[in-house]
Design a protein around this ligand. Structure first.
Ligand SMILES: CC(C)(COP(=O)(O)OP(=O)(O)OC[C@H]1O[C@@H](n2cnc3c(N)ncnc32)[C@H](O)[C@@H]1OP(=O)(O)O)[C@@H](O)C(=O)NCCC(=O)NCCS
Length: 169
């Protein structure tokens, strides 16, 4: 019998290569047909191992979901960037590789990010999702998030709506 260990832990510099691969796969799958191909290529190319290495070394909060030897997903989070929204923390990104979706891991990763933000002294949190990203919108609603703001983001010639979900504390 073999046992596979599932762990959620903070990213270390030696995770940078695997993290870049997980990011690449998760983003390409999540945004295929939503973000124009060339723009998606640029977004992914910017996030190579050196970008992740630098982010980890400067102390950015990045939680990894590790399944055996593989990085199954990640979340990065920190201070809320939108001053107009009165929530201390923000989950910037939360992504799972496709084969790990729908198994409850997203909920676990989100809970870890939320706990870490509270421990860092941030009260409440917000997360932005593209309005057409049905999985993300369904997920944040299922986790009790309330839509509190809307905005748009440009990807090349395409402008997409986005929505902010919030948790008061
Ligand atoms: C969105 C994502 C993080 C959800 O993680 P997950 O592990 O698949 O979700 P979980 O299994 O933990 O589900 C938690 C809850 O969300 C709900 N949910 C998950 N995916 C959903 C979907 N596609 N549509 C509607 N609800 C969904 C589940 O039903 C569950 O609710 P319940 O506990 O009341 O049954 C994951 O699917 C993912 O990485 N998607 C691609 C990347 C992405 O879009 N990230 C968000 C960017 S803002």
């Amino acid at each position: 019998m073999s046992t596979v260990l599932i762990d959620i832990r903070r990213a270390q510099p030696e995770d940078a290569v695997a993290l870049a691969e997980a990011h690449d796969e998760a983003w390409r799958t999540a945004y295929l047909g939503l973000i124009p191909g060339p723009e998606l290529d640029k977004l992914v190319a910017r996030r190579g191992p050196s970008w992740w290495d630098a982010a980890i070394r400067r102390g950015s909060r990045i939680a990894l979901l590790v399944f055996g030897e593989e990085i199954a997903g990640y979340s990065n989070y920190g201070r809320n960037r939108a001053k107009s929204l009165a929530y201390g923390g923000e989950v910037y990104e939360l992504y799972l590789r496709p084969e790990y979706q729908g198994l409850g891991f997203g909920r676990k990763l989100f809970a870890m990010a939320k706990r870490d933000l509270v421990q860092a002294g941030h009260s409440g949190l917000v997360v932005w999702a593209l309005s057409d990203n049905d999985a993300a919108v369904g997920f944040y609603r299922a986790l009790g998030g309330r839509a509190v703001a809307r905005s748009t983001e440009r990807f090349g010639a395409k402008v997409l709506d986005k929505v902010a979900f919030a948790w008061p504390r």
